[in-house]
Write a protein that binds this ligand. Structure first.
Ligand SMILES: [Fe+2]
Length: 242
C-alpha cells in the first residue's frame, strides 16, 4: 500500500511551478501509488486554471486524490475543482476521510481564513467523531505543523492548539499511526502526541534551514514523501527530485 504525499505546489500561472510538479509526478508514475494526498498550498494565485492544472496532472496518475487546504489556498476554488473527490458539501471546513485499502486517510482543514497560521480547535469535534469507531489504522494529514520545527519565522505560523489535537488523538479508540503535514517547505521528522510526525518537502521552492538564528543556503530540489504500509508498519520515505 503506497500513499504519495505532495505538498506546497504553489501553482501560480508560471511554467516553472508546473514543471516542478511534472518532475515530481514523472518520478512518481512508475511507483503507481494507491492514493495521493496533498497537504495544502496547491495554488497561490487564486485562479481556477491553476487549480485545474494541478488537478489534471494529479488525476492522470489514476489514484484517488485527497487534498487539504493551505494558507494560500482559495477554499471556494478547491471545493469547485476537487469537489468530485471529496464529500465536502457546499460549506464548512474542507475535512475529509477515506479508507484507502487497509489505511484510513484523514485530512484536517486547520486553516484560518485570512491568516497564515492554523488552528486545530475547529476540527477537534469532527476528528473525534472520525476516530470513535474501531476502524482501520489512521494517518492524519494537515497543512500547518502542530509542533515547533525550530525555524522561528515558520513556527510563528504553526497550527495552534496542538495540545487539543494531541488530546483527541491520545483518547481515540482508533489506532492513529501518525500525522504528516506541509507548510514549512522542508522535510522533517519528529513526534507528536507520542506518535511519529513528519513533514513532506515542498514541490515549490524550499525554505532555508534557519536554526538558532543562523542562516544557510537554499539548496533543496522539489520533493515528495512516500508512505508505505506493509505488515503493520508505516515507513515514510523522502524523495528529492532534481
Ligand atoms: Fe506553502
Amino acid at each position: 500500500m503506497i500513499v504519495a504525499q505532495l505538498s506546497d505546489i504553489h501553482a501560480n500561472g508560471s511554467s516553472e511551478a508546473l514543471e516542478r510538479l511534472d518532475a515530481v509526478l514523472a518520478w512518481l508514475r512508475p511507483l503507481a501509488p494507491d492514493a495521493i494526498i496533498v497537504s495544502g498550498d496547491i495554488a497561490e494565485d487564486g485562479e481556477a486554471k491553476s487549480y485545474a492544472g494541478v488537478a489534471e496532472r494529479l488525476r492522470a496518475l489514476k489514484a484517488p486524490v485527497q487534498v487539504v487546504p493551505g494558507n494560500v489556498d482559495d477554499h471556494a476554488l478547491l471545493r469547485r475543482v476537487f469537489g468530485a473527490e471529496h464529500d465536502w458539501g457546499d460549506e464548512g471546513p474542507l475535512n475529509s476521510v477515506r479508507d484507502a485499502g487497509p489505511l484510513r486517510l484523514i485530512g484536517l482543514d486547520v486553516t484560518v481564513p485570512g491568516e497564515h497560521h492554523g488552528d486545530a480547535t475547529p476540527v477537534l469535534e469532527w476528528l473525534e467523531q472520525q476516530l470513535l469507531e474501531d476502524g482501520p489504522p489512521a494517518l492524519l494529514f494537515q497543512h500547518q505543523h502542530p509542533f515547533g520545527c525550530g525555524i522561528g519565522n515558520k513556527d510563528r505560523n504553526m497550527c495552534r492548539n496542538g495540545a487539543g489535537l494531541a488530546e483527541v488523538i491520545g483518547a481515540a479508540p482508533t489506532v492513529v499511526l501518525g500525522l504528516t503535514c506541509g507548510h514549512v517547505h522542508r522535510p522533517l521528522f519528529t513526534s507528536f502526541a507520542g506518535l511519529p510526525a513528519t513533514m513532506a518537502p515542498s514541490v515549490a521552492r524550499s525554505n532555508k534551514l534557519r536554526l538558532d538564528g543562523k542562516d544557510t543556503e537554499r539548496v533543496d530540489p522539489p520533493g515528495l514523501m512516500i508512505h508505505h504500509w506493509e505488515d503493520g508498519y508505516l515507513v515514510s520515505h523522502v524523495v528529492m527530485v532534481s
